[in-house]
Design a protein around this ligand. Structure first.
Ligand code: NAD
Ligand code: UDP
Length: 310
């Protein structure tokens, strides 16, 4: 039985990953500072003898004996990571340094939750891993985008210099149950507004696109990458390649929730990417990763979750 460390394990993706690891007969220890995560996300495993929770911040140095590390700690929603940008960039730099030092000391593999944001506002679509991106280094999204970019740099330097086994995934927009209802991301905002009859807030003209992956597919991709041969380091795109505009997403959610909500147009936040769609060739060929859940099915499950929480 292997013991895995999941940083950020009380968050949206982390909580699903923890449950999958426990189901696959691993022991799991979570380190989370509960900045955007919640113990409610881990309620059903809190009494599992193979599970341990430590409330702590990865920017403080720590030592814990484990057989593998998944580094997910970092707020992912733009309004959340922009609330305290210095903290966001510190989590990405100092936090990554701490988990990498631990991986090097213990000689264990380490997974990094990187992001499509490393491509910035891309001028290539779909985005391939070889594309270096178009990122503003001093804008309001930079604490996250540049933070995740420097984290990738650290991961690859620890791999080259200290032979640490790394697994870097560039995750595209993922949604599903356990997202915080008030964290400000588009899927939760639209569903919560549609269900409560509040206006659905579209930022800008709504023609910007994203590709939305359901959480079970993403977790399958993370596990496939983590358990792939050591030479598969990434970076590797994970997500779905079905692109939809923010306007079309709003219409679909209004239809699926039978909502009377109106649409309100608000200003587009700074540096908001116009388009985002992964090239999944590597994920298909190296990991046999093929997302299965349709947007309608995934939204159905997410609507049911949010309805139960409102
Ligand atoms: P989330 O905000 O729900 O979860 C992040 C978790 O990390 C929270 O539980 C939070 O409390 C914890 N955390 C934040 N800073 C910490 C720190 N310094 N020390 C300890 N814990 C800390 O976000 P999520 O959607 O679950 O994202 C998880 C990871 O995946 C993040 O690294 C994010 O950048 C990455 N990612 C997510 C998406 C997505 O669409 N969900 C896309 C790309 C990348
Ligand atoms: N968005 C929107 N209304 C909202 C929340 C977000 O129109 O209430 C837009 C946002 O400007 C972006 C897209 O939806 O273009 C996706 O936003 P999200 O915050 O979910 O993630 P991002 O992909 O920007 O990191």
């Amino acid at each position: 039985m292997k013991k895995m460390l999941v940083t950020g394990g009380a968050g949206f993706l982390g909580s699903h990953l923890v449950k999958s690891l426990l189901l696959n007969d691993h022991k799991v220890v979570v380190i989370d500072n509960l900045q955007t995560g919640s113990l409610e996300n881990l309620e059903d495993v809190q009494n599992d003898s193979n599970f341990e929770f430590i409330e702590s911040d990865i920017t403080s140095d720590f030592y814990i004996e484990v057989d593998g590390i998944f580094n997910l700690a970092c707020p992912a929603s733009p309004p959340q990571y922009q609330k305290n940008p210095i903290n966001t960039v510190t989590t990405n730099f100092l936090g990554s340094l701490n988990v990498l030092n631990l991986a090097a000391k213990l000689d264990v593999p380490i997974f990094q939750a990187s992001t499509s944001e490393v491509y910035g506002d891309p001028n290539q679509s779909p985005q391939k891993e070889e594309y270096w991106g178009n990122v503003n280094p001093i804008g309001i999204r930079s604490c996250y985008d540049e933070g995740k970019r420097v984290a990738e740099t650290l991961f690859f330097d620890y791999h080259r210099e200290l032979s640490v086994e790394i697994k870097v995934a560039r995750i595209f927009n993922t949604y599903g149950p356990n997202m915080a209802l008030d964290d400000g991301r588009v899927v939760t905002n639209f569903i919560a507004s549609a269900l409560s009859g509040h206006p659905i807030t579209i930022y800008g003209d709504g023609l910007q696109t994203r590709s939305f992956c359901y959480v079970s597919d993403l977790i399958d991709g993370i596990l496939k990458l983590y358990f792939s041969p050591p030479e598969v380091t990434g970076p590797i795109n994970l997500g779905t390649d079905i692109e939809i505009s923010v306007s079309s997403l709003a219409k679909l959610i209004i239809k699926m929730t039978n909502s009377n909500s109106e649409i309100a147009y608000l200003p587009l936040p700074g540096d908001d990417p116009r388009q985002r769609r992964p090239d999944l060739t590597k994920a298909h060929s190296l990991l046999n990763f093929r997302p299965k859940v349709s947007l309608e099915a995934g939204l159905g499950a997410t609507i049911a979750y949010i309805e139960s929480r409102l």
